[in-house]
Design a binder for this molecule. Structure first.
Ligand code: SAJ
Length: 449
């Protein structure tokens, strides 16, 4: 049984480690095969567990049963092809009996920023007829405090079975960073919170059987709050960075320089300003705390407001700069919510491009190497070379490596707006470049020839 990672992968040196056949439970059913569920199912299968995956989308089930993948994540394609090939992973529309059930379904918010737990309830009810004495049910989806006990334990377990004695229910949130999921599923420390202490112990024992990170035990509601605290902390920190950027703007100084210099302080670690906060996690999870305790989350709410406003601020600046410079074609680089992923959920870059297209003061050419026309049909995507050729103004929205690597020569011919501070080092006058609102004469915005 080999580990999942390709030879070039940082953790490939572990490839030589042969993992012992799993002790304890061997059959697992993973409900929800998205950005978290599929990598989790693949890794468990590669560890020797017999894994059955479930998804409501037939095309996803069929893709996986062909040994292929429907999402972009480094090395995931090789992993899924291997474990489907050796019969350790299969998928269907309905759950099957297993010793361990994972619930990895989406937990979106509705337009009122309230949690929508429809998928969690559906998943819990779908496994209820299959949950047997001795089974373990794990909720992995990020959820509001109380979800594991009040929803999963009640809806996934039939009345005649006692939680904590016959059946074990626990919350164990994923903490993986898209782009590093296959490493972090195994290497990250895990927080396990059971509905009872027996549930916690059973779940902790299970995770210790296949991960290399440490396993920390607590209660289900504490584990739920820990997960939300992690992402809310990051959101507040990014809001502070975005606010600093507005401040720097006012004084015509370089916000990235401010942050980098402040971070030289031994106890300061400010994150980076950007076009806004996207993805299905940081821009969503804080609302779970706000809806649970609106009276106790004013800072978290303000941070959401600052970060939600950021794309509007950037659109205004880009448009003002374009009009000042009589720009007729704007090249927008990146639609995904962050670098080197194909995920458009809550993406500020996409929101900015939509707004610039709606305003129509200039032609907008958008480019994203991680998206194909078959996956993204809302408006035309253009190849990078065409955008570089046709655009007078280039806007770096998502700092994919393909854009960060554009040559100084090419950039020097263009007006530039860099919302990510990734082109700074290439230009004479970082202050003039990095601040998308700076009004220094056009000349200083051309990259040094
Ligand atoms: N961003 C900034 N400035 C920064 C860092 C990020 O503007 O300095 C923006 C990104 O561009 C993106 C958004 O914030 O739009 C979120 O990106 P991210 O890389 O910070 O986080 P995610 O959403 O990809 O993953 C987060 C991670 N959580 C934390 O780091 C606390 C990951 O570990 C979680 O597992 C994941 O959320 C999740 O699924 O909850």
């Amino acid at each position: 049984m080999r580990t999942v990672l390709g030879d070039k992968h940082p953790a490939a040196n572990k490839a030589s480690v042969k993992f012992p056949a799993p002790s304890g439970p061997t059959s697992i059913c993973v409900v929800g095969l998205g950005y978290i569920g599929l990598p989790t199912a693949g890794i468990l299968a590669d560890r020797g567990f017999q894994v059955h995956g479930v998804d409501v989308r037939l095309e996803v089930v069929e893709t996986i049963n062909r040994g292929e993948i429907h999402i972009h994540e480094p090395q995931l394609d090789q992993l899924v092809s291997r474990v489907v090939g050796n019969g350790k992973l299969s998928a269907s529309l309905a759950p099957r009996p297993a010793e361990v059930f994972f619930i990895c379904v989406p937990t979106p918010i509705n337009s009122a920023h309230l949690p929508d737990l429809t998928y969690v309830k559906q998943a819990a009810r779908s496994i209820r007829p299959l949950v047997r004495p001795g089974n373990l049910v794990i909720l992995e989806s990020t959820s509001p405090p109380g979800t594991t006990e009040n929803i999963v334990a009640r809806q996934a377990v039939s009345e005649e079975l006692k939680v904590g004695e016959d059946v074990f229910v626990a919350y164990c949130p994923e903490r993986v960073l898209p782009g590093r999921i296959l490493i972090e599923v195994i290497e990250n420390d895990r927080i396990v919170g059971g509905v009872t202490s027996a549930c916690t112990e059973r779940a902790a024992q299970f995770f210790r059987s296949f991960i290399q990170g440490e396993v920390f035990s607590t209660t289900a509601v504490s584990a739920e709050i820990v997960k939300l605290a992690e992402n809310s902390y990051r959101d507040v920190n990014i809001a502070f960075a975005n606010e600093l950027s507005m401040l720097a703007d006012k004084f015509g100084v370089d916000p990235f320089e401010i942050v980098n210099l402040a971070n030289r302080h031994p106890r300061v670690e400010i994150l980076h300003p950007g076009p806004g906060v996207g993805g299905h996690c940081i821009s969503v999870d804080p609302w779970f705390l706000v809806s649970a305790a609106p009276e106790a989350t004013s800072l978290i709410q303000i941070a959401r407001t600052v970060n939600n406003h950021r794309p509007h601020h950037v659109v205004d600046q880009i448009e003002r700069f374009a009009q000042e410079n009589h720009v007729s074609t704007i090249g927008c680089l990146g639609l995904a919510y962050k670098a080197d992923v194909d995920d458009l959920r809550e993406s500020p870059s996409l929101e900015i491009v939509r707004a610039l297209r709606r305003r129509g003061s200039a032609t907008v050419l958008a480019c994203d190497p991680y998206l194909s026309a078959s996956r993204f049909g809302e408006f035309p995507l253009h190849p990078l070379d065409e955008v570089l050729r046709e655009s007078e103004l280039l806007v770096l929205l998502t700092d994919h490596k393909q854009f960060v690597g554009i040559s100084r020569e090419l950039l020097s011919q263009k007006l530039l707006v860099d919302t990510r501070g990734r082109w700074r080092s290439m230009l004479h006058d970082p202050a003039a470049l990095a601040d998308p609102t700076c009004k220094t004469p056009v000349a200083s915005r051309r990259a040094a020839a």
